[in-house]
Design a protein around this ligand. Structure first.
Ligand code: PEP
Length: 253
């Protein structure tokens, strides 16, 4: 059986001081992590060290970054490597978020290079895929997401599959307050799992956590998380409030 993964994508919010404050709030609200639920927070790179320090007192919540570069080191101004993320205690890295694709020119090819580098460097990639509103209106969501998943996983070996997390994040639902319906989410997650089964095998596909992202909040989390192929959430806005984030963790139990 797969654990739920409840992951916070803090985006460009919370410097080191605010990171400490938010994690202290989470610690206060959050008792023991429920069985079967993995927690994850992904603050900005500048705040990872502060977060790692606070997380020492919180069991069951891992640390992740929001991006990594696909080279080891060198003249790549502004980038960070897998070795650096390991050094500050990251276990996960979000890759291919739609905001990175939209504003920073991230392509399927660069996402794939980063996925391979993350796996090689012992980090679990949380690979974001999802269709635009235009694609959904044209009923092209499956086609688009299938292509994104296949492209992200080129050259990933069978052994790597179990370290993957896929986040299905319809772009029209991110930060809009309008989440996918539970049925829409289940349909897409089931399709993604079948793509994974084709690329690897059914056993491996069954082990991959496929999480939903896009305006997941305490009021809609239960219905989304009830779907058989929805294994958690990648949460933006609601992860910036200790009580909403911990409420969703409790709902996942
Ligand atoms: C996200 O950015 O990954 C996200 C899902 O944001 P929100 O929960 O705010 O829609």
């Amino acid at each position: 059986m797969r654990n739920f993964l409840i992951a916070g994508n803090w985006k460009m919010n919370c410097g080191p001081a605010e990171t400490r404050e938010l994690l202290k709030g989470i610690k206060e609200q959050q008792g023991a992590m429920p069985d079967g639920v993995d927690g994850l927070v992904c603050p900005p790179a500048i705040s990872l060290t502060a977060a790692a320090d606070e997380l020492q007192d919180i069991t069951g919540i891992a640390l992740g970054a929001q991006n990594v570069f696909y080279e080891d080191n060198g003249s790549f101004t502004g980038e960070v490597s897998t070795t650096m993320l390991n050094e500050v205690g990251c276990a996960y890295v979000i890759l291919g978020h739609s905001e990175r694709r939209q504003y920073f020119g991230e392509s399927d090819t660069t996402v794939n290079a980063k996925v391979l580098k993350a796996l090689d460097g012992g980090l679990r990639p949380v690979i974001c895929v999802g269709e635009s509103l235009k694609q959904r209106k044209a009923d092209k969501q499956e086609l688009n997401v299938r292509k994104q998943v296949q492209a992200a996983l080129v050259d990933v070996e069978d052994g790597g599959a179990t370290n993957l997390v896929i986040a299905y994040e319809p772009i029209w639902a991110i930060g809009t307050g309008e989440s996918a319906t539970p049925e829409q989410a289940q349909e897409m997650h089931e399709m993604i799992r079948s793509v994974l089964a084709d690329l690897f095998d059914e056993d491996a596909a069954d082990q991959v956590q496929i999480v939903y992202g896009g305006s997941m909040k305490p009021h809609n989390a239960e219905e989304l998380l009830k779907q058989s192929d929805v294994d958690g959430g990648l949460i933006g806005g609601a992860s910036l409030k200790a009580d909403s984030f911990t409420d969703i963790i409790q709902i996942a139990e």
